[in-house]
Design a protein around this ligand. Structure first.
Ligand code: SF4
Length: 120
């Protein structure tokens, strides 16, 4: 995946603003991610898939769903500023913004730059 506007030796520390949990778009989940999340929630696989996922637009797998009756585009697992599946969240969520991002991402994400010595 591509990254934009990143500096050599700098990582960005999430500030839990939750903005990336409220963007339009899919959150693809792999079979192993689905199994981990279902297990974390104490659910059977089929039960988790039926309740929390839907077919991706390209029909090539599953995506987590948004809250059906919550604010538009808000992830089903966002609870205030907390992620209900933080410990087992999908790679797409864990990888933003350091492993992938998009042009202009800093206007929407509040993550803070952290150098190797940990000083922001
Ligand atoms: S938008 Fe950035 S700072 Fe906000 S929750 Fe997502 S990764 Fe963290």
């Amino acid at each position: 995946m591509a990254t934009y506007d990143m500096e050599e030796g700098v990582r960005y520390a999430c500030q839990r603003c939750g903005n990336c949990c409220r963007w339009h778009g899919e959150v693809p989940v792999t079979d192993s991610e689905i199994a981990k999340i279902a297990d974390f929630l104490g659910m059977e696989l089929y039960e988790f898939i039926a309740e929390y996922t839907e077919l991706r637009i390209n029909r090539a797998g599953l995506t987590l769903i948004d809250k059906p009756d919550g604010p538009e585009h808000e992830c089903i697992f966002l609870d205030g500023i907390d992620c209900r599946i933080q410990e087992v969240k999908p790679g797409q969520c864990a990888g933003f913004p350091n492993e992938w991002n998009f042009p202009g991402w800093k206007e929407k994400c509040e993550a803070k730059p952290v150098r190797g010595n940990g000083i922001a």
